[in-house]
Design a protein. Structure first.
Length: 436
């Protein structure tokens, strides 16, 4: 692909006006660049290859408002056409390597022009097909897992769901065109087409996937929710019903857990009857210097308090208050549910994930809208069973597959407790279970 060559008078005008992108005297130059690139790119977005709108945006590969790159604002080698979605996704992301960026501070005005200088595919240096391919004509994939291809896909958000739908429609239209051309051929001419027809038929055996996805795409709230959670795709894909139940137990036990830990910390730091340190009265994972009483240990503790004379008077009074107010303290069920360190680490990971999911109110609102539309929710659940087998091609589909659990997390869990108590729970648990 060839960039636009500025005419001498255009170059002179740019130099006289300076680094200003929007200027009446530069409009004609802008349109010349845009018209040239439309033809060079065959009216397709460079990054996602979708058809460009009638007035496409000229995008700066190195962002124009960055002070280090402002001298490249009208550099033709730095300009490309892309769709609004790719342009918005790329935004102000710096796609130059850190080494090259630092060199520009000492050698300004020299546009970096080597493939290794960039973290994404450069239209005038790299061959797009050497880095990115479309698997099954639909899913964007980095060729040989090349880092530059993968970063281009991520930075330009080529995993976005509306692209899947667009590519599905294109594939179907291509198939219709192929069959039409086949039918118009004479019998001898048809022979070379057989392999094409066979591969197309094989390809469209998966048409249920496409129909399922298009039905799901009709629910824009769900798709917006999926896009908002894109950065959490890998973690969300691992969540199960059992994980949600664990966090529910933790939220229900929060008041007991806080008091329990407070009491155990007290017992670990004052003189206590030796019976309370016996293993049979402590949880199996309690440490030598950390008292974690089990249910039998609690019974023994209450007996010792009632007997009197077993603790210092101030400790006795404090324990009586903590064990009975506002409710009689019991061993939190979460402590008997989770029995090894890895279980606790999992809970902490889940708390962090759910906290991140709750950060934006819009996600909660999308989920509420969906719950009000039970038929739409049922349709999504049905379609995810079909789409599940294709999730390896696009990490966004991993979220689609988990939509029913996402709604449960956002609407059924105690949002306030997770968001406001996460750090406190983490500190409490680490101070006991993870004590070294």
């Amino acid at each position: 692909m060839q960039w636009y060559t500025l005419k001498p008078e255009q170059q002179k005008k740019i130099e006289s006006i300076g680094n200003i992108w929007v200027h009446d005297k530069l409009k004609s130059t802008y349109y010349c660049i845009r018209d040239h690139l439309e033809k060079e790119q065959v009216y397709a977005c460079f990054y996602c290859k979708s058809v460009l709108p009638s007035s496409p945006q000229v995008e700066h590969i190195l962002y124009k408002t960055d002070s280090i790159y402002e001298d490249f604002m009208w550099k033709p080698e730095n300009l490309i056409l892309c769709c609004s979605d790719c342009n918005t996704s790329k935004g102000t992301t710096d796609v130059l390597t850190a080494t090259q960026r630092s060199l520009l501070t000492t050698r300004p005005y020299t546009y970096p022009f080597a493939s290794e200088h960039y973290t994404i595919v450069h239209p005038y240096i790299d061959r797009y097909e050497d880095y990115i391919t479309r698997e099954k004509h639909i899913f964007y994939k980095a060729v040989d897992n090349k880092d530059k291809g993968l970063k281009t896909i991520i930075i330009c958000n080529l995993y976005r769901l509306n692209l899947i739908e667009d590519n599905i429609k294109k594939a179907k239209n291509s198939a219709i065109s192929l069959f039409t051309r086949f039918i118009s051929k004479s019998s001898e001419e048809q022979l070379p087409w057989k392999d094409n027809i066979r591969s197309t038929l094989e390809y469209f055996k998966g048409r249920n996937l496409f129909n399922a996805f298009i039905k799901m795409e009709m629910n824009t709230g769900s798709m917006k929710l999926v896009d908002e959670l894109k950065d959490l795709a890998v973690k969300i894909s691992l969540v199960t019903e059992e994980h949600i139940k664990l966090v529910e137990i933790l939220c229900e036990d929060l008041e007991y857990l806080e008091r329990y830990i407070e009491v155990m910390d007290k017992l670990s730091n004052v003189k206590i009857p030796s019976q309370l340190t016996i293993k049979e009265y402590n949880l199996s994972y309690s440490l030598d210097d950390c008292i974690l009483l089990n249910e039998d240990g609690f019974i023994l503790l209450n007996c010792l308090i009632k007997k009197g004379g077993q603790f210092h008077p101030s400790v006795q009074s404090w324990l009586e208050d903590k064990l009975n107010s506002p409710q009689i303290l019991k061993v939190p069920s979460i402590l008997t549910t989770l029995k090894v360190k890895s279980d606790w680490e999992l809970v902490l990971e889940l708390l962090n994930l759910f906290h991140d999911m709750f950060k934006a109110d819009s996600r909660y609102n999308y989920a509420e809208e969906m719950i009000d539309n039970s038929l739409a929710l049922k349709r999504i659940k049905d379609q995810t069973q079909i789409i599940g087998e294709w999730k390896a091609h696009n990490p966004r589909l991993k979220i689609v597959e988990k939509l029913d659990l996402i709604y449960k997390i956002l609407l059924d869990l105690n949002r306030e407790k997770i968001v406001t108590s996460k750090q406190k729970i983490k500190v409490l648990l680490r101070r006991t279970i993870f004590k070294s």
